[in-house]
Design a protein around this ligand. Sequence first.
Ligand code: ARG
Length: 587
Amino acid sequence: MLTFEQQLTGLIQQSFKALNFDEKFGKVVISNRPELCQFQCNAAMPLAKIAKKAPIEIAKEIIANIPENDIIGSIEAVMPGFININLTTEFLASQTQNLVNDKRQGLAKTKNPKKSIIDYCGANIAKSMHVGHLRATIIGESIKRISKFIGDDALGDIHLGDWGTQMGMVITAVKEQQPELPYFDESFEGEYPKQAPFTIKDLGVMYPDISGRSKEDEGLKEECRKATVELQSGRKGYRALWQHIVDVTMVELKADLADLNVDFDLWLGEASSDAFVPATVEQVKASGVSRVSDGATIVDVTPQGKHEVTPLMLLKSDGAVVYATTDLATIKERVDEFKAQEIVYVVDGRQSLHFYQVFDVAKRSGIATDTNMIHAGFGTVNGKDGKPFKTRSGGILKLRDLINMGKQAAFDKMVEAGRGDVFNEEEMKEIAQKVGVSAIKFADLMNHRSANYIFDIEKFVQFEGKTGPYLLYTDVRIHSMLAKASEAGLKAGTIIPATTDSEINLMLTLDKFKTAISKAYDDKAPNVICDHAFALTQAYARFYNDCHILNEKDSAKQASWLALSTIVAKQLELIFELLGLQVPDKM
Ligand code: ARG
């Protein structure tokens, strides 16, 4: 289904054809003065310059040559040469009627679907996820959902950080505590134990401890480095221990992700791209872009405009694989194995240099020649002091603590709103889970990803204003109104031509869904959808206030309004789906 402005543009284009005007000017847009008209065309001004005529004359000619139609209700040329357009209420009603049973709310699937991989979350094994991973996870999940909805063959890949020095550190820490374990005995031939020699709690202590100590202790640091290289070069016992570390961490990680309503198509990571490292290194060397410097293999990178960029490290002098190597190998895997046409990295904006280097080398070495690689970077989450968000004691806040904060704040808010009298403890907890997480997610998504924002949980869980809970609440309220109507034997019917401005406004707003989704998709910017969702709830609030649905005497009107309400709920729920928000049945 075309948008209203696209359909109007079609009509104007026919007039342009008749007049032999350059069609590139014949565009109708949503009016920026809604009090004057719904749509406008400003083509007369540039055309007047070319034709050396008064714009108002041109505008009148354009209007006179528009073919007969039942779309345009009123059209008028105003000084100096604007064309103001309003739709007929009949056309508005019939177009809105099309949305009643439309799961896609009017937006057709793309005709050119592409294979794309969305790389997001990027949690690090053995380390807890922090607030930076929260953003990657929330934004990435939404970008993936939007891409799938548009029709792309999009795969979400968690790309775990499971191959770096932290793995060598944990292995070394286990060795310090339990050197007798078979993982450290190189002559061991038997089967390694199925049970991990540590719990997730142990890992939580071990990693920060050894990481802290190795900063001060050169010997220990060297040992960790050696363990990392040995792991990467395939030492059997270390690989087995590595698997334990991954498995133990994944249990907690998966629980966190499930709570966030996040799921992946591919649970790959740096380690899984290891198989592609030799071929990658080979290809980079063969392409002639690399050189050896102090024993390390590096690649000079194309300057960024006037600015020199530091070379990319491909292999350290000890042969160790680094972050850039695994990323290049992953690109090779994605291009060769998955035939990816596009790779979107939803990763902290502070890694832009890394991605600049990696993309540059991937292209110049021929690893990815036709694949579009995009770094959809994001800003930081700050505390109320404007500095990166920390715990009270100054440490990095863990994802689990954040989720719990959201749940608790939503729970308190509900108690404050007197919901404790309506729901039992169990119900309250279940609702608070969905509302709290949605509050955090919406507060993140509503900012353009490149912007920083302040983490203010009290504000996020408010039931009024531009918040997740407000949007969910609008949907829940529509459903409870529809349930009341159905109890009273009332049914939704055909949408009839509007009699109030607020109905017209609501119908016009519903149509903007298509543009919002397309724009969010093109720009990898879910905030555009958040803006639309908020505008829709506001348009509905105004309509609900003006049109007293349940008390309406005119049954055709009443049935039409019930249908309109049903569409709003449907569209909102589709939006929640695309943003990754979960709605409670009651709240
Ligand atoms: N693990 C990385 C980090 O915590 C993020 C990974 C992002 N994705 C990538 N392909 N580099 O910073």
